[in-house]
Design a protein around this ligand. Structure first.
Ligand code: SAH
Length: 348
């Protein structure tokens, strides 16, 4: 057998496991190997929540494995914004609550997944960072969010963005396993998977070495170190020059361009000179700038710039040959937009 089937010793919950892992696991249970593929179909295709419900399995075996967890969350709360965006609060096996967001558009269904319970990065403009950080999510807990949204919409998920609660690259191993499972088990193309990070030293390189064809989005948010540190305190030990150098390595290793996210905070980082400095810094870089007008949160009094100021920022970038787009977040009034996800229910 291949190295994959022997390398992992699968310990339930089963969600996130490949056909090879599930096959090895059913064999350990004394069952024929083909039941691994059946189990895979039921977990990912039919969304089964208990092994007791897998009717193609012999009853005698089902009775012995009823307590083996598949690893599905339960729905704690659901709210729908007028634009059709749906926010889910999901309860995990240990009672922790996380958020996932389903974002429908013409042909697509995008899911925004969390990677941690809370977030320790404490970015000044982000609601998640104002709450308590608890722990990393497992690969199964990440995959579960996608299946949950897919089932609720009764529509195949086309894209997944790792932009929910948490910093994905503080949980790199599970994030990489989840990316692989979403690609191979759930069937989502690698190019339709996006990981967004504030940047953790050496982790972008680690991700690159897996040679995935996913999109890397880096939350730059400022054209220089001084301003970046002001709004992202965790950026202190990781100078912007080093971060950009690691991003360049990502481009070199994977051949994929990098997206730089840039939140627009009125009079903080939205001046034309900031745009000019950003363009200069990114000159020659295979990249794309994604501007995110600030979505208000309660704890801080940043403002979203006016449309005119946003357009002025765009104009400077374009004049200086920097590829740019503006992302107006969806789901604002369900508190489901970028930066509005938090641990507690009931702040909306
Ligand atoms: N930890 C990851 C994922 C965060 S959420 C990261 O930092 O990239 C995805 C994006 O939303 C990030 O670029 C984040 O900085 C941005 N964001 C956070 N708070 C926001 C807010 N209040 N308004 C708009 N965007 C916000």
């Amino acid at each position: 057998m291949s190295a994959i089937s022997t390398a992992y010793q699968l310990v339930p919950p089963l969600l996130g496991a490949s056909v090879a892992e599930l096959t090895a696991w059913v064999k350990e249970q004394g069952q024929p190997g083909y039941r691994g593929k059946q189990l895979h179909d039921w977990i990912y295709g039919k969304g089964v929540r208990s092994l007791a419900d897998i009717s193609v399995f012999p009853k005698s075996w089902r009775e012995t494995v009823t307590d083996v967890p598949i690893g599905r969350s339960s729905l704690h709360f659901r709210s729908v914004a007028t634009d059709g965006t749906v926010k889910y609060l999901l309860k995990l096996a240990d009672g922790e609550i996380i958020e996932a967001v389903g974002i429908p558009s013409d042909k697509r269904l995008t899911v925004c997944v969390s990677t941690q319970v809370g977030c320790p990065m404490a970015c000044d403009f982000c609601a998640t960072g104002k709450g308590v950080y608890k722990r990393n999510l497992s690969r199964g807990e990440i995959v579960d969010q996608v299946l949950t949204v897919q089932e609720d919409f009764q529509q195949r998920v086309s894209n997944v963005v790792f932009m929910g609660m948490g910093e994905p690259l503080l949980n790199t191993d599970n994030v990489i396993l989840a990316l692989k499972s979403l690609n191979q088990d759930v069937g989502i193309g690698q190019r339709s998977l996006t990981v967004s990070t504030v940047g953790i030293r050496d982790r972008i390189r680690q991700l690159a070495e897996h040679q995935l064809q996913i999109t890397l989005a880096v939350s730059l948010h400022a054209p220089n170190q001084e301003l970046r540190e002001e709004i992202i305190p965790s950026a202190k030990p990781y100078p912007i020059e080093d971060l950009l150098e690691e991003c360049q390595e990502y481009v070199d290793i994977t051949g994929r361009r990098v997206t730089f996210e840039y939140i627009l905070l009125a009079r903080v980082n939205d001046l034309p000179e900031h745009a000019l400095e950003l363009s200069k810094r990114l000159r020659g870089f295979q990249s794309h700038v994604n501007l995110i007008p600030y979505n208000p949160i309660q704890e801080v009094d940043y403002q979203r710039p006016t449309r005119d100021r946003i357009q002025a920022f765009v104009n400077v970038l374009q004049k200086n040959n920097t590829a740019v787009s503006v992302r107006y977040s969806r789901g604002l009034e369900a508190d489901a937009a970028c930066g509005q996800l938090r641990t507690a229910k009931g702040n909306s």
